[in-house]
Write a new protein. Structure first.
Length: 557
C-alpha cells in the first residue's frame, strides 16, 4: 500500500492532524466527558437527532401558513363538540352577554394639566355617569346604528370580534364616521363600527411578505402598523368575484389620532404582526380525538345492531339431489327450486318479526337462527379521553370540567381551585381584549361625544385630543366569576370588606360582574320603597344592623 504525504506551501510535509479521542467525530468529541450543558442542544440521542425545527421570524412562522391553520381550526369548531365548547366557554367568561366600560377618568392628571382644582373625584363621578349614559344609548339603540351593517349591538360586535380572535388569531374592526345617518328618528351618533373578517386582511394580489408589508399590515421603519390592506370582498364570495381582487388601503388612525382600524391579537414574540388562534397548538390532537370518538361511536352502533341469519342443515347440492330427479340437471334445478319456493311460501305466512320485541314464529324444519356479535374492547376509552381533555385544558387555560361540563368527579375544594386558576387566564384575556380592541372603540365614541354633545366640563378643560388617555381611562367589565359555594364565599367577601382589605367595587365586579354604584343605588331604592309601603325592611337593611344610631358605653349596664 502506497503512503501519501501531503506537502504544505513551503514544500515540507504537513504535520499529522490530531484525531479526536478514539477516532470519534468532532461533535462527539465536544460531547465527551464534558458533555453538552443542555439536553435541548443534544444532537446524538434518538429523541433529539432528527428534531431540528427551523429558526424563523414570527411573521415567517405564521403568515405563509395562516390560511391553512385557520381553515382547520374553523372546521374543528364547526364539527367537533370539544372545539365548539372551548370557544363558547371562553367567550362566555371573558366577554359574556354585556361587555361595557366602567369609566374612571384620571381627574388628578386633568387637574394638573388645566390648573383647575374642579377636576376632583366629585366631578369624575358626574362625568362618568354622563358618558356611560351616552354610551348605553349608542350601543343598545334598537336601530343598530352603531353597526355599519345595522345588525348587532356593540356588545354583540365585541363578542364577535373576540370570537374571531380566539379562532382566527386576529380581531379586526373598522371605525367609520357616518354623519349621513344622523337625523330625527335615526342615529344620534355618527360613529359606527364594522367587524371585518380577518381573512380579508392580506397582501395585495397575494404577494409574499416584504420589508414593509406583513400579512396585509403595512409597517414603518419602527415596525409600527400604519396602513391595513383589506380585500373589498372575501375570497370565498364567488358572487363578488371582481371585488375579491381589489384591496383597500385603510390608515390605522387619522392625522390627529382618532382610531380607524382596530387590530388586536395575542403577541407571542416581538415584531409580530398577525396572530394565531387559541386552538392552533392542539389542532392535531383534537383531530385525533375526534377520529377516536367517531370510531368508538361506530363500534357502539355496531354493538347495538342485532344481526341475525338463518342456518339450514342442507347443502344446496345435497338438497337438490334429495329433492329432485338426480338423472338430469333439469330435475336437480326443479327440485332445488321447489325446495326454495316452499321455504319462501312458508316464511311469507310465518314472518320473522324482530324489530319491536315481537317473538319469532316457528321455523322451517331443521333450520335455526344465528346472530352476529360485534363486540369491541373499549374499557380504556374513558381514561384516554380524560387525559386528552386535560391536555386541551392546559393549552386553553380552562379546566377540564369547564370543557367537558362534567362536574361529577370533583368536590368543592378541587372545583374552587380549578375555577380560580382558570379565572386568572380568563381575566388576563379580558384585560388584553379590553385594552387592545374595545378601548379604541370607546375612544372614538368619546371623541365625538366631546365634540358635539354637552358634558360636565370645568373651565379650561383640555381638549379631548390633548388628554384622551385621562378622559377615557376605563376598566372593561364582563361577566362575574360566580360562586361554587355562595354561602361560604360570600362570608369571605364580608370578612374582607370589614377588614379593609377589599372594596365594594372590586368584590361586586369580580363576583357578579356589576357596577357597585348601581348596586348601592338599587339597595337604597329598595329600602326606601319598603318604607313607603309600610313594610319592615329585610334584615340586611335594619338600622341596628347596618348603621346603629347610638353606641352604648361598655360599662353601662
Amino acid at each position: 500500500m502506497t503512503k501519501i504525504t501531503l506537502l504544505g506551501p513551503d514544500g515540507h510535509p504537513l504535520p499529522p492532524k490530531a484525531l479526536p479521542p478514539s477516532g470519534r467525530s468532532r461533535n462527539a468529541a465536544l460531547a465527551g466527558n464534558r458533555g453538552i450543558a443542555y439536553d435541548a442542544a443534544d444532537v446524538t440521542s434518538d429523541q433529539m437527532a432528527n428534531w431540528r425545527p427551523s429558526l424563523w421570524s414570527p411573521d415567517n412562522e405564521i403568515n405563509p401558513y395562516r390560511d391553512r391553520m385557520v381553515s382547520r381550526t374553523r372546521d374543528l369548531v364547526r364539527n367537533d363538540g370539544w372545539g365548539a365548547g372551548i370557544i363558547t366557554r371562553t367567550q362566555d367568561n371573558v366577554v359574556g352577554p354585556s361587555f361595557r366600560p366602567i369609566l374612571s377618568p384620571d381627574y388628578r392628571a386633568l387637574a394638573h394639566m388645566s390648573g383647575n382644582s374642579a377636576f376632583d373625584i366629585g366631578w369624575s363621578r358626574e362625568y362618568k355617569r354622563a358618558v356611560e349614559a351616552a354610551w348605553r344609548s349608542w350601543v343598545s339603540d334598537p336601530g343598530r346604528w352603531c353597526d355599519v351593517e345595522r345588525q348587532l349591538t356593540i356588545s354583540q360586535q365585541l363578542r364577535l370580534a373576540f370570537r374571531h380572535k380566539l379562532i382566527d388569531g386576529d380581531a379586526l374592526g373598522y371605525l367609520q364616521y357616518r354623519p349621513e345617518r344622523l337625523g330625527y328618528g335615526k342615529a344620534k351618533f355618527a360613529t359606527t363600527l364594522q367587524i371585518i373578517d380577518p381573512d380579508r386582511l392580506s397582501n395585495p394580489q397575494q404577494m409574499m411578505d416584504l420589508k414593509y408589508m406583513r400579512g396585509g399590515v403595512e409597517i414603518d421603519d419602527d415596525g409600527a402598523p400604519v396602513f391595513y390592506h383589506i380585500r373589498e370582498a372575501h375570497m370565498g364570495d364567488w358572487w363578488s368575484a371582481p371585488e375579491t381582487v381589489i384591496w383597500k388601503r385603510i390608515p390605522r388612525e387619522t392625522r390627529w389620532g382618532r382610531p380607524v382600524m382596530v387590530h388586536d391579537f395575542d403577541h407571542d414574540r416581538g415584531a409580530q404582526h398577525r396572530g394565531v388562534g387559541l386552538l392552533t397548538p392542539i389542532v392535531q390532537r383534537m383531530k385525533m380525538l375526534t377520529k377516536y370518538d367517531q370510531s368508538e361511536l361506530e363500534a357502539a352502533i355496531l354493538n347495538a345492531v342485532f344481526g341475525a341469519y338463518l342456518k339450514s342443515p342442507f347443502d344446496p347440492s345435497v338438497a337438490a339431489e334429495a329433492l329432485g330427479d338426480t338423472a338430469t340437471d333439469v330435475a336437480n334445478a326443479e327440485g332445488w327450486t321447489g325446495y326454495q319456493d316452499a321455504r319462501a311460501d312458508y316464511y311469507s305466512d310465518n314472518r320473522l318479526m324482530m324489530n319491536h320485541g315481537v317473538g319469532i314464529m316457528k321455523l322451517w324444519p331443521s333450520e335455526e337462527i344465528g346472530t352476529v356479535d360485534a363486540q369491541r374492547p373499549n374499557s380504556n376509552f374513558a381514561d384516554f379521553e380524560s387525559a386528552m381533555l386535560r391536555n386541551l385544558a392546559a393549552a386553553t387555560g380552562l379546566s377540564a370540567q369547564q370543557i367537558s361540563q362534567d362536574w361529577s368527579d370533583v368536590n368543592y375544594s378541587s372545583a374552587r381551585a380549578a375555577m380560580l386558576e382558570a379565572w386568572k387566564t380568563l381575566t388576563r384575556r379580558r384585560e388584553d381584549f379590553g385594552s387592545g380592541f374595545a378601548q379604541p372603540v370607546l375612544v372614538a365614541f368619546m371623541e365625538e361625544l366631546h365634540e358635539f354633545h354637552d358634558l360636565p366640563l370645568p373651565r379650561n378643560a383640555p381638549d379631548f385630543a390633548e388628554a384622551r388617555a385621562a378622559y377615557s381611562r376605563a376598566r372593561w367589565q364582563g361577566p362575574g366569576r360566580g360562586w361554587v359555594d355562595p354561602v361560604a364565599e360570600k362570608k369571605g367577601v364580608i370578612l374582607g370588606l370589614d377588614a379593609g382589605i377589599s372594596t365594594m367595587e372590586q368584590e361586586v365586579a369580580e363576583s357578579m360582574g356589576a357596577d357597585w354604584e348601581e348596586v348601592v343605588d338599587q339597595r337604597s331604592f329598595e329600602i326606601n320603597y319598603f318604607k313607603e309601603k309600610g313594610m319592615p325592611p329585610p334584615s340586611w337593611a335594619q338600622a341596628n344592623v347596618m348603621a346603629p344610631e347610638t353606641i352604648k358605653d361598655p360599662e353601662e349596664k
